[in-house]
Write a protein that binds this ligand. Structure first.
Ligand SMILES: [Ca+2]
Ligand SMILES: [Ca+2]
Ligand SMILES: [Ca+2]
Ligand SMILES: [Ca+2]
Length: 389
């Protein structure tokens, strides 16, 4: 009986994960266009089009076309093929590709709601060098529906990059190394870093609620890797994201809980997919904004409290509330166990107050700004406790 459960548990988990629904807003699956389409005519211009990066592109390998080579949905996808010129770039530049939607004859400047995530499917053909991918959005403030023509005026911000290879050039976004299989690329617009690119409102802050998918940037991991690069894109859509909220009890603590940051790891299949640091209000309430639909294990940890994991939190088509935890106090050294090492740290700080040379705020377990027998009592009460992995 035990063996049967072991064998079927992963299958069951897969079925449950697939059952998570999501509120989506399609942009295109490329099925409604002729194949092959005219070069650079559907949503994305041909690789050489952009004035910022056209100088790097060898026009002998330069296509963005709807084709029937391969598809994630239906029979069609958008093939993008380019090669960089071997000519060394100017010293203040670096090879990269800005694939833009600027006034394309079909699906130009597709409107996005910045409160939602953007996701699409990507297939990178083997032999293509590794690259970073970054989303560029234009702050047009459009009222067009998602996917409609959202206009061309406004500053451009990068989503998903925190740095450039060269000053204000070649954004370093998400690393793509998968080859010869479809993967999902997600830019969680309201939750990801924003980095200024171009225009008066480019200030590393999204200033409008809506705008357009202006460009997708491809930056080679190896700046000398000229390619060729061959990729396919399919199923562009936006997906609604939701908040996860609840209450964190910091046990055995009389201090100001609003000053204790709590780290929450969002895990899927054992991998940390996002780390949020949240502040508590005076009642212990927290909220994590803009969580993508899916099934998560949430791991809560605060300085001298043990980690607690809440498993199987399902986010689908509504905000999730009442994800509540109670954290055990006493982990002065932060190794997620209450042991003799914590006792040693308490002894070292015993009798201290803020400003003393041996003051250790993490040894002040009860938060009364003094390391005393009361803190020792907390440690003794929880001695031997081990937090969740
Ligand atoms: Ca398709
Ligand atoms: Ca801005
Ligand atoms: Ca410890
Ligand atoms: Ca104390």
């Amino acid at each position: 009986m035990k063996l049967v459960r072991f064998l079927f548990a992963p299958l069951l988990a897969g079925v449950l994960a697939a059952a998570v629904t999501a509120q989506t807003f399609p942009i295109t699956d490329f099925e409604g266009f002729p194949a092959p389409s005219a070069n650079g005519s559907v949503m994305l211009r041909q690789p050489s089009f952009s004035g910022s990066t056209g100088l790097f592109v060898d026009t002998a390998v330069n296509t963005a076309q709807v084709v029937t080579d391969i598809a994630y949905s239906g029979t069609k996808s958008l093939k993008v093929n380019w090669r960089f010129l071997p000519t060394p770039p100017p010293t203040d530049r670096s090879r990269w590709l800005r694939l833009t939607t600027f006034n394309t004859s079909n699906l130009p400047n597709p409107a996005l709601d910045f409160a939602h995530a953007l996701r699409f499917k990507l297939y990178v053909v083997g032999g293509t060098p590794d690259f970073y991918i970054t989303l560029g959005v234009r702050e047009t403030g459009t009222t067009a529906p998602i996917g409609g023509n959202g206009g061309t005026s406004g500053g451009i911000e990068w989503i998903g990059a925190t740095s450039n290879r060269v000053a204000s050039d070649a954004p370093i976004g998400k690393l793509i190394t998968a080859k010869d299989r479809w993967i999902e690329v997600v830019f969680n617009i309201p939750a990801e870093p924003v980095l200024a690119f171009a225009g008066a409102t480019a200030n590393s802050v999204l200033d409008t609620a809506r705008g357009v998918l202006e460009q997708i940037a491809f930056t080679p991991v190896d700046p000398e890797a000229i390619g060729p690069y061959l990729i396919y894109l399919d199923d562009f859509e936006q997906v609604a994201v939701w908040s996860v909220s609840g209450n964190v009890e910091l046990r055995d603590f009389g201090g100001d809980i609003t000053q204790v940051p709590v780290t929450v790891e969002l895990r899927q299949d054992g991998n940390v997919v996002r780390t949020a640091t949240v502040s508590l209000d005076s009642s212990g309430n927290y909220s994590i904004p803009a969580v993508l639909p899916g099934t998560y294990d949430l791991a809560f940890k605060a300085s001298h409290w043990l980690r607690t994991v809440v498993s199987g939190v399902v986010v689908d088509e509504a905000d999730v509330t009442d994800v509540n935890v109670s954290l055990t106090n006493g982990d002065i050294d932060g190794d997620n166990e209450v042991t003799l090492f914590d006792f040693g740290a308490l002894v070292a700080a015993f009798g201290s107050m803020p400003g003393d040379s041996n003051w250790n705020p993490d040894a002040d377990l009860d938060g009364d700004q003094e390391v005393t027998l009361f803190d020792f009592g907390v440690l003794v009460r929880n001695f031997g406790a081990i937090g969740d992995e």
